[in-house]
Every structure is written in structure tokens, then in C-alpha cells.
Design a protein around this ligand. Structure first.
Ligand code: FAD
Length: 465
């Protein structure tokens, strides 16, 4: 049943008195702040943003959505590129005030509510010399990143975020509060590890933490030539698994610690993280620093790599930063000289204010988990690439989109897969790229069992079997 807008409004008006959290509606002073998500260009106006305080509140909003037919969005950190954590005219379950974090330093585990960000959890764990890998950005919500997989600075040494997930608690479409772990609802637990927000509203996750008092990490700026890019990738592949890297080949941002002469030039902006002791880290990083010579310099353009704690990899994010960007995710088998040349040529030819080819060499612990152990199906893909370009206004968007698509076409190899957390609004086929073959069919069966009416459809949606 779908109620009229005014009837929905009346029901929302009573919701506030039924729940412990807050209901924010159009006209409230914090409505605009509450409906804003990370990406600019997403300007939706929900009928209500409900800052839920716990399981009962979530149940109440789910019941209201079912009763009224209102569209339901679920928000953790608000970083969905597709804008899935907001809706026009529907209801948003906003988890950001559910921030309880319970770390057991003896057992090395943590229960974390899904209003927390990657940086929140990393900082609290680091106080005990412990860590869990999320992604490269502190403000990403643990809700979205964990449900999609989680590929970050510890991926080669300690696997994906989902490889360190012990259990989850969630409210399902019929209002049940259920637990999922290897022994309880094991199929659901399989699906939650990569299958996204299709199965319910996760209230908290239990993670395994690893000892990590210190890393050697930070930013390393190198000259970008076809040789340095090719060699960077080869070194990242050969490196001890303690080292995870992200090579952003991009026009150099005007950062104060980079010589002005390089601002705007295409460089390798490396993000390096060695999850081990300082001496071994220095040794592993030396060949990367020496790439400067291959690029015709005596030393890196800027070298901020040093011993630090893992949370220091997450510089503070500006809450008022709302980029407008197009992006595309690819999985590659290799990056040889020709591929690197193509990337460089296209980056040089673009005048987007920011354009980047982000290269992540994977493998290590992530690749040792059997492919069918979780709903993330691309563990054997050695390299992940994200193409991105900023656009300035809707008129500018089509040519930026054309640029990434042309570049993707020029470098694509045999692997047609995609990592769901980097897929935007790209249609049904791309959801199947993320969940090929039996992975999709298995997810569809779990979807049928836990959300047969597809209440949770604002996501990379799995159709119930
Ligand atoms: C700047 C930036 C950097 C990134 N870097 C990385 C990276 O290094 N590695 C990586 O793996 N990913 C990375 N990502 C991708 C990121 O993991 C996804 O965008 C993720 O979905 C964002 O999660 P969120 O909670 O912030 O987003 P939201 O928009 O709040 O959530 C996204 C979707 O996840 C689902 N969801 C979220 N929370 C819950 C919940 N508690 N219960 C049920 N469903 C839920 C919903 O379907 C929701 O629509 C990055 C994204 C950005 C924007």
C-alpha cells in the first residue's frame, strides 16, 4: 500500500513520540544538514531523516515504510557514490548517532555500532595497539564499507574488512533482530560479507583486531612516467605482504609540502602503508623511493613516509567537502608499459580539475581466502583500478564521463569484474559484474529468505530469487 504524501506526513508526525531517536523533517533547522550526503550533485529531499537510537527505532521506521509504501534508505557514513543513502520523498534510517564501540583488548575483538566511521574505530583500537583495515578514507562509514567488502591499507597483510568480521547483528525487513555469524544464519553471514545493504539494517559488527602498534606509512610523490608506473606496480606486487599501496596517478594537488613547480603536473601520489616494524618497513620502501631516479630526479618529489600509527593514515576530512565526480572501477591482470603509457596520455590530455587513475595492487592475505567463502568474488584479481574525474556542473559531466569510459575501454583486459563499493549508478549489468554467476544466484536466495519484497532496494540491488 502507498499512502498519500499528507498521510505519510501525519504518520511521520507521530513517529517522533514513538521512538527514542529524532525525526527530522522539511522545515526543521537541521533538515538540510541531515539530508546532505558526501557527494555533491545528490540533492534529494526525504520526507524524514530518522536519527535512530537503537533496534526498536529501526523496527519502527521499517514498520512505517512497510505500512506506507515509503521508500527506505539506510545511511551509515553517507559515502555512496550513487546516493543510495538518501531518497526523494521516502524515509532515511540514519545510523550516525549509534556510535557505541566496545573493544576487548584481551580477546582482540570489537563490537562497533554502524554510525561509526573507519577513523573512529581505527583511533579507538590504536589506543590498545590494535587495528582493523577499512579503506583509504577516515570518514567512510563502517556500515557501507564492511557490507561491500573493505579494501584498504592492511589488505595484503590482514585481508579485507570482511575477512576480519566475526559477527553482525541486524534488523531484517520483517522487523526481526537477528545475529549472523559462521554458526548462526551462516548463509546470511556469507551474504553480508560483500553483498551490501540488501539484507537488513546492520546495527553493529563484531571485528577481529590485529596487533599493530606502529606502521611505516604516508604519502610518497614520484614522477609519473610509463616506466615509473610500470615499475611501481611490479614492486608493489613483489613487496612483502606487510606493504599495501595505493598509487594515484593524477594531476598533483597544490599541497603545501610539494614544490609548486609540480602543482598540476601528472605525478604518482603514492599512499604507502607497511604494517610491520620500522626497520623492515624502511627496507621495503627503499625501492619505491628509488623510483625517483628512474623518473629523472635525485629524490622523490615529496616524501612524507615515516613511522606512525595506523590512524594517522587518515588525515581529518573536511565535512563541507562535497565533490562532484564521475568514476569507474576496473580489475586488471597487469599494468605493462603500454597500459601505463595509455593512462598517462589520457591524464595529460584531460583538463578536469582533478583526474586520476588509482592503482591498487592486491594479493596477499586477501587472495588466500577461498573465492566462495564470502560474497566478494574477485579475490584472484591482482590489480584494482579506479578512474575518476571531477566535473564542474551538469554541463561538464558528459565529457568527463566520456573521458573515463574511453580510458576504461583502452585499458580493459580479460577481467570483467567490479568491486561493488566502487560501482555507482551503472545499471544491472554492473551489479552482475560485481556478483558474477553463482555469487549472484546465492545472494538472490538469501535475499528471498530475508527480504522477499525487496524493501531494501536502495543499494546495488539483488533481486530476490
Ligand atoms: C572518498 C571515498 C573513499 C573510499 N575509499 C575506499 C577504500 O579505500 N576502500 C573501499 O573498500 N571502499 C572505499 N570507498 C567506497 C566505500 O566503501 C563505499 O562507498 C561505502 O558504501 C560507503 O559506506 P558509507 O557507510 O559511508 O556510505 P552510505 O552511503 O551511508 O551507505 C552506502 C550503502 O551501504 C548500505 N549500508 C550502509 N550502512 C548500512 C547498515 N548499517 N545496514 C545496512 N546497510 C547499510 C546501504 O545500502 C547504503 O545505501 C570509498 C568511498 C569514498 C567516497
Amino acid at each position: 500500500m502507498t499512502l498519500s504524501t499528507s498521510a505519510l506526513r501525519d504518520r511521520i508526525a507521530t513517529l517522533g513520540s514513538e521512538i527514542a531517536g529524532r525525526v527530522i523533517v522539511p522545515g526543521d533547522s537541521d533538515y538540510d544538514a541531515a539530508r546532505t550526503v558526501l557527494f555533491g550533485g545528490i540533492d534529494r529531499r526525504p520526507a524524514a531523516v530518522v536519527k535512530v537510537a537503537g533496534v526498536d527505532d529501526i523496527r519502527a521506521v521499517i514498520a512505517l515504510a512497510r505500512e506506507t509504501g515509503a521508500e527506505l534508505a539506510v545511511r551509515s557514513g553517507g559515502h555512496s557514490a550513487k546516493g543510495d543513502s538518501t531518497t526523494d520523498g521516502g524515509l532515511v534510517i540514519d545510523l550516525r548517532e549509534m556510535r557505541a564501540l566496545d573493544i576487548d583488548p584481551v580477546e582482540k575483538t570489537a563490537w562497533a555500532e554502524t554510525g561509526l566511521t573507519a577513523s573512529d574505530v581505527a583511533q579507538a583500537a590504536a589506543e590498545h595497539g590494535l587495528a582493523i583495515g577499512f579503506g583509504d578514507t577516515g570518514s567512510v562509514g563502517i556500515g557501507g564499507i564492511t557490507l561491500g567488502g573493505g579494501i584498504g591499507y592492511l589488505v595484503r597483510k590482514h585481508g579485507m574488512t570482511i575477512d576480519n568480521l566475526l559477527a553482525a547483528e541486524l534488523v531484517t525487513a520483517d522487523g526481526q533482530f537477528v545475529r549472523a555469524d559462521p554458526a548462526t544464519n551462516p548463509e546470511l553471514f556469507w551474504a553480508l560479507r560483500g553483498g551490501g545493504g540488501n539484507f537488513g539494517v546492520v546495527t553493529r559488527f563484531q571485528y577481529r583486531l590485529v596487533d599493530l602498534p606502529e606502521i611505516v606509512g604516508g604519502m610518497l610523490f614520484l614522477p609519473a612516467t610509463a616506466e615509473t608506473i610500470e615499475r611501481f606496480v611490479a614492486l608493489a606486487d613483489e613487496a612483502p605482504q606487510e606493504l599495501s599501496t595505493i598509487a594515484n596517478v593524477m594531476n598533483c594537488p597544490p599541497m603545501p609540502f610539494v614544490d609548486e613547480a609540480w602543482h598540476g603536473k601528472v605525478v604518482i601520489f603514492g599512499l604507502m602503508c607497511f604494517a610491520g616494524d620500522a626497520a623492515a618497513g624502511e627496507a621495503a620502501l627503499r625501492p619505491f623511493r628509488e623510483l625517483a631516479k628512474l623518473g629523472g630526479l635525485d629524490a622523490p618529489i615529496a616524501d612524507l613516509v615515516k613511522p606512525m600509527t595506523y590512524p594517522e593514515m587518515f588525515p581529518p576530512d573536511d565535512p563541507d567537502y562535497h565533490p562532484t565526480a564521475v568514476s569507474l572501477n576496473l580489475l586488471l591482470d597487469r599494468i605493462d608499459r603500454d597500459t601505463a603509457t595509455t593512462m598517462l596520455d589520457r591524464l595529460e590530455a584531460s583538463d578536469a580539475s582533478l583526474r586520476a587513475v588509482q592503482i591498487r595492487v592486491m594479493g596477499g592475505a586477501m587472495a588466500r581466502v577461498p573465492v566462495d567463502a564470502t560474497a566478494f568474488a574477485h579475490r584472484q584479481s591482482p590489480i584494482m583500478v579506479n578512474l575518476a574525474a571531477f566535473y564542474e556542473g551538469e554541463d561538464d559531466k558528459p565529457r568527463r564521463q566520456a573521458w573515463i569510459e574511453e580510458l576504461a575501454g583502452a585499458i580493459r583486459q580479460s577481467d570483467t569484474g567490479a568491486y561493488v563499493n566502487f560501482v555507482g549508478d551503472e545499471g544491472e549489468e554492473r551489479i552482475h559484474d560485481a556478483y558474477p554467476g553463482e555469487t549472484y544466484r546465492r545472494l538472490a536466495r538469501v535475499k528471498r529468505d530475508f527480504d522477499p519484497d525487496n524493501l531494501f532496494h536502495l543499494n546495488q540491488n539483488i533481486q530476490p530469487a
